[in-house]
Design a protein around this ligand. Structure first.
Ligand SMILES: Cc1cc2nc3c(=O)[nH]c(=O)nc-3n(C[C@H](O)[C@H](O)[C@H](O)COP(=O)(O)O)c2cc1C
Length: 380
């Protein structure tokens, strides 16, 4: 099976199989952006079960862009715990990739402080209860690009094997690409070509900071839920540009790898998008065709079995990222590899303390998981 075969990235680093742990924010880091012991335990136990690589929870690149109680990569003071995190991620010899992000207009005022939210334009998210951000000056936009570069440089110093830019799921990089969220009139907004400038600048800054021998990845949402959002054709244009920048992989973030429409975000925004948007092709197939082997393609969303992983690979992916399945069952990959899929834990137990203790999940993450009904399967 392809899923158990190795893959060499463009930078020369190799993964032993095609399974990686998806970025999973635990919402439980220390206030100063350092990882807690329970976060390290969460990661170590899962990485130890045999994944080829782990992508970290998203690390903020600027204080004012924090969307959760997450780890940070903004200054030398973060290095010590980033190093510990990279070591935990290598528990079974897999590669360690740091995901880096900025929240833009979906940063959280309770974390960053009132009136500190800044974004591409002064347009609030459609998420219920969203505040209106302040539009960034062009100097601030350049500063944010540099902050992504600085975070990548810290990742390199902390011993990570690479960095993934969080360009998906409605965070700042995605917002700059969105015609809804970005209505700037300078070189960072307006036409599709100008809206690509921020993601491209961030990708260049990260590649420059890492040098050619470490992994540089970019995570993308293939289409936006809103009617005025970007479409799969726009994402194809961006992937075409990104694939020419010497990245090692592009990761396609989906709620369900089999679907060609955005169920997850449509659920969040409750938009009438599903009635108006008619993608007929798998976004994995469409984007991997555009990428054309210039870098690897990673796919995620609802992969729960080896057959699902093979299915995503048949659609065009090279690597699959596993999220909720490994949250619920830390030994998921060992069971898949041992052909013991029937013994995979199908859902979280009912009691919060049992979840935290038996599954090594930090208690604030347990609360976060249970706060969104239907997000994570539960045992009855
Ligand atoms: C608890 C939790 C935290 C997540 N945190 C991140 C994150 O920090 N960065 C990111 O890109 N995606 C994040 N995601 C999305 C996952 O990486 C993944 O794309 C999504 O859960 C769909 O894949 P799955 O069906 O295998 O879970 C998170 C998902 C969950 C369940």
């Amino acid at each position: 099976m392809v899923v158990w075969s190795p893959l060499r990235f463009k930078c020369g680093l190799e993964i032993a199989n095609r399974f990686v742990i998806a970025p999973l924010t635990t919402n439980s880091s220390h206030e100063d952006g350092t990882a807690t012991d329970s976060e390290l335990a969460f990661v170590r136990r899962r990485a130890a079960s045999g994944f080829a690589a782990t992508i970290s929870s998203a690390a903020y690149v600027e204080e004012d862009g924090r969307s959760w109680r997450s780890i940070g990569a903004t200054h030398d003071g973060h290095l010590l715990r980033l190093r510990a995190l990279a070591e935990a991620m290598r528990a079974a010899g897999g590669l360690a990739v740091l995901q880096i992000y900025d929240g833009g207009r979906i940063a959280i005022p309770e974390i960053i402080g009132e009136n500190r939210m800044r974004a591409a334009s002064a347009i609030p998210s459609l998420r219920p209860g969203s505040n209106t951000p302040r539009a960034m000056t062009s100097d601030e936009v350049e500063g944010l690009v540099a902050s992504f570069g600085r975070a990548a440089s810290l990742a390199r110093q902390a011993g990570f094997d690479g960095v993934e830019i969080h360009g998906a799921n409605h965070y700042a990089v995605h917002q700059f690409f969105s015609p809804r969220a970005n209505q700037r009139t300078d070189s960072w907004g307006g036409t599709l070509a100008k809206r690509m400038n921020f993601p491209i600048a961030v990708a260049r800054a990260v590649r420059d900071a890492l040098g050619p021998t470490l992994i540089a990845g970019f995570r993308i949402t293939p289409f936006e839920a809103e009617q005025e959002g970007y479409k799969l054709d726009d994402a194809k244009r961006l992937c075409d540009e990104l694939a020419g920048l010497g990245l090692d992989y592009i990761s396609i973030s989906l709620d369900n790898y089999r679907l060609s429409r955005p169920t997850g975000e449509a659920r969040v925004y409750n938009a009438p998008f599903e009635q108006t948007y008619t993608a007929t092709e798998s976004p994995i197939t469409a984007l991997s065709r555009v990428i054309g082997g210039r870098c690897a393609v990673m796919a995620s969303g609802g992969i729960k079995t080896a057959a699902d992983a093979e299915g995503a690979i048949e659609l065009g992916a090279d690597v699959v990222a596993i999220g909720r399945a490994v949250v619920v069952d830390p030994e998921w990959i060992a069971k898949v590899r041992g052909k013991a899929e029937a013994s995979i834990i199908p859902g979280l137990p009912s009691d919060e303390t049992t979840i935290a203790e038996t599954l090594s999940i930090p208690p604030p993450m347990v609360k976060y998981l249970l706060s969104r009904p239907g997000w994570i399967p539960r045992l009855s």
